[in-house]
Ligand binder design. Structure first.
Ligand code: IVH
Length: 669
């Protein structure tokens, strides 16, 4: 018990005094529950200043002390619905079997409690909770929080203390940490600590920059007339005075309604732009609250239902590197299994070399693991106190764990890559991408099959798909006539996908779906893309020198050209949709000419106009240059294009002239 008390004292100091905890709240709660359990079993060994009886932290001497005439209490916790039910039964027993008659449910905001004192409706003082009896004077800092009214009236009671939670919204937290990182300051580990650190500043100007917010949820000391009979009525009254009351604070008629509310919040805990760590349930009737009273630490009329923790500690077994489909080498943590945020986590990404270095996590460390919503699990950092002796910093491996070739990180880049173009993981990655729905959409060729075919040596690149040995596949375990026939016809069907799909499927750097469409519509055929120089590529609407260089380099590689030749030989379509579908065999009147279109035309959409140019052998880039043959200007033409045309001496023609241009390839006279 002494050991537990010392441990809890240590962590309370880290949490309250340094705003820099070493363990997640849930671990603290579990240690506290263990101590409480022991103290209950051995009342003779209980101590008056045990952490089980303490509220909050010890006030910091840089702030003037403030005595809370009405103490600021803590809350007892329930960790599941059984404990919630047990609380109701205790309440009812205390009330001699009377039915409670109604509760309120509110989110349990994860910030820090303050009490704001108003005299005749004017803010005179604001204090932190401190140890519950003596808090810290943070009036100047609280005055900078725009959510909190400085005055209200006119029928304000002589004295009124409004209590609630100061918190940092998630966007404000992200922004703050970004600013801190930019200044090479240590980021806050979570919004709660950031809020506490921001409020307990010597200089209110610093607090003001942080963007703190406030929810009120309780009254403290009150003098003068106030006729409020229920908690929900109190909240409504506070809202009417201009205090921020959370919209999810509601009245709940019975425990069944409370349970439904709790379950609902559990599902929605990530739908808000602030953190909550539970739900607070309060007996609604103010007279019943008074009758129930409080114990040394918390009121009996309220309970905090804690949501399951989303941060836990576990052992970092090892750091390994996984190779992605593009060859990217990503370090990840192998963890001793830990149940966090509703799932058992055994691995968590560490993103890249710099992240591992910044967190300085090492195999053997005890680490904090966080999981928020459907977000992938994250290693927050090590618990430095638990680091085993003799541990050394982790170094990024030099060889690919898949193919054993070199791993390289380019200067200035964050990511590390396997340099081997034929690394089996990359081979599989390229084929997976090629076959994916948005690319060539080859059904029945899932990751598993690709993996098998690559392993069996049946598949080395995407062109191999079109000469697959189906007899060999039929001989593989798990394949029958039907599955082979399905696969064969799915691959067959992919031969006629339009050019933009094929371009996207080839995984050309910078060429996602949208850029693939632009490339296809601007040039019309694979050959014209191959023949285009970088200046022509850069002329494509929305492209610039970077994309043009990436595309030019890719097509300039002999391996790429050979691959395209093999795909062409396999009968894949090498044309854009518009060319073949709309105007087969249109006369090539505009061969080699660039015609730019701007403004609205009556007879064509912009895309149709550009396709018409491409169908006649021309190009239709998105911007005007000295190489442009003509600019077609409809109504409301783009000023930049018209100006550029004037500057570069490019003829500007209207829609009627465009018709003639398409037909003859000549500029109208
Ligand atoms: S009522 C006497 N309502 O939780 C009861 N507290 O673990 C006073 N908290 O110190 C608390 N949301 O900082 C109440 N809706 C809510 C709350 C809330 C967060 C905090 C508060 C309190 C702590 C106890």
């Amino acid at each position: 018990m002494q050991e537990l008390r010392a441990t809890l004292d240590h962590h309370a100091r880290r949490y309250y005094d340094y705003d820099d905890p070493e363990i997640p709240d849930a671990d603290y709660d579990r240690l506290l529950a263990e101590l409480r359990h022991l103290e209950d079993a051995h009342p003779d060994l209980a101590e008056p200043d045990s952490p089980t009886r303490r509220v909050g932290g010890i006030p910091n001497p840089i702030f003037a002390p403030v005595v809370h005439t009405t103490p600021m209490m803590s809350l007892h916790n329930a960790f599941d619905l059984v404990e919630l039910k047990a609380w109701e039964e205790r309440v009812q027993r205390r009330l001699g079997g009377r039915v409670v008659g109604g509760y309120t449910g509110e989110p349990k905001f994860d910030g820090l409690a303050i009490s704001v004192r108003y005299q005749q409706g004017r803010m005179v003082q604001a204090a932190t909770r401190g140890d519950g009896r003596i808090g810290e004077d943070v009036t100047g800092n609280v005055a900078t929080i725009s959510d909190i009214p400085h005055r209200f009236g006119p029928d304000a009671p002589a004295t009124l203390e409004v209590r609630g939670e100061v918190y940092l919204s998630l966007p404000a937290f992200e922004a703050l940490n970004q600013r801190r990182q930019a200044r090479a300051e240590k980021p806050y580990v979570n919004p709660r600590n950031a809020a506490a650190g921001s409020l307990r500043q010597k200089d209110p100007a610093v607090t003001a920059e942080r963007g703190l917010s406030f929810w009120c949820y309780q009254l403290g000391a009150v003098s003068g007339e106030l006729r409020l009979t229920s908690h929900i009525e109190t909240l409504r009254w506070l809202a009417s005075l201009g205090f921020p009351v959370n919209e999810h604070a509601v009245r709940l008629d019975d425990l069944a309604a409370v349970e439904a509310y709790v379950v609902d919040f559990e599902a929605r805990r990530h739908d808000f732009d602030y953190e909550l760590d539970g739900v607070v349930v309060k007996v609604d009737d103010v007279d019943l609250q008074a009758e129930l009273g409080a114990d040394a630490k918390a009121p009996r009329w309220a309970i905090a239902y804690k949501l399951p923790p989303e941060e836990r500690t576990t052992t970092l077994l090892d750091i390994e590197v996984s190779i992605g489909p593009s060859g990217r080498a990503t370090p990840f943590a192998r963890l001793a299994p830990v149940f966090v945020g509703g799932v058992t986590v055994t691995t968590a990404t560490l993103h890249n070399e710099d992240q591992v270095a910044a967190k300085d996590v090492r195999p053997g460390d005890t680490v904090i693991v966080r999981r928020a919503g459907d977000v992938i699990p994250e290693v927050v950092g090590p618990v430095s106190a638990n680091r085993p002796d003799g541990s050394v910093r982790w170094v990024f491996p030099r060889c690919c764990p898949v193919c054993d070739e070199e791993l390289r990180r380019d200067e200035g880049a964050a990511a590390t890559f396997c340099v081997n173009f034929y690394c089996p993981r990359q081979v599989r990655g390229r084929i997976e991408h090629f076959a994916s729905r948005m690319a060539m959409d080859i059904e029945f060729l899932g990751e598993k099959n690709i993996d098998r075919f690559v392993t069996e040596g049946l598949l080395r690149d995407v062109a191999d798909l079109y000469r697959l040995d189906f007899d060999a596949i039929a001989a593989l375990e798990g394949f029958g006539d039907v599955s082979v026939a399905n696969l064969r016809s799915a691959i067959e069907a992919s031969r006629s996908r339009p050019l933009n799909r094929l371009l996207f499927g080839l995984r050309i750097p910078e060429i996602g779906q949208a850029n693939a469409r632009l490339l296809a519509s601007s040039f019309g055929t694979m050959d014209r893309i191959i023949d285009a120089d970088e200046a022509e590529l850069a002329d494509v609407d929305g492209f610039g020198p970077v994309i043009a260089a990436a595309v030019g380099t890719w097509f300039g590689d002999r391996r790429a050209r050979r691959l395209i030749d093999r795909l062409r030989a396999a009968g894949l379509r090498m044309e854009a949709d518009s060319v073949a579908v709309e105007e087969p065999g249109a006369p090539q009147t505009l061969a080699g000419k660039a015609v730019v279109v701007t403004g609205t035309l009556a007879g064509f959409s912009r895309q149709e106009a550009r396709s018409a140019v491409v169908a006649r052998g021309g190009k239709s880039p998105g911007s005007v240059s000295s190489r442009t043959f003509a600019l077609i200007a409809g109504t409301d033409p783009g000023a930049a294009k018209v100006n550029k045309a004037a500057e570069a001496g490019v003829p500007v023609i209207d829609e009627s002239g465009f018709g003639q241009l398409l037909e003859t390839g000549e500029l109208p006279g």
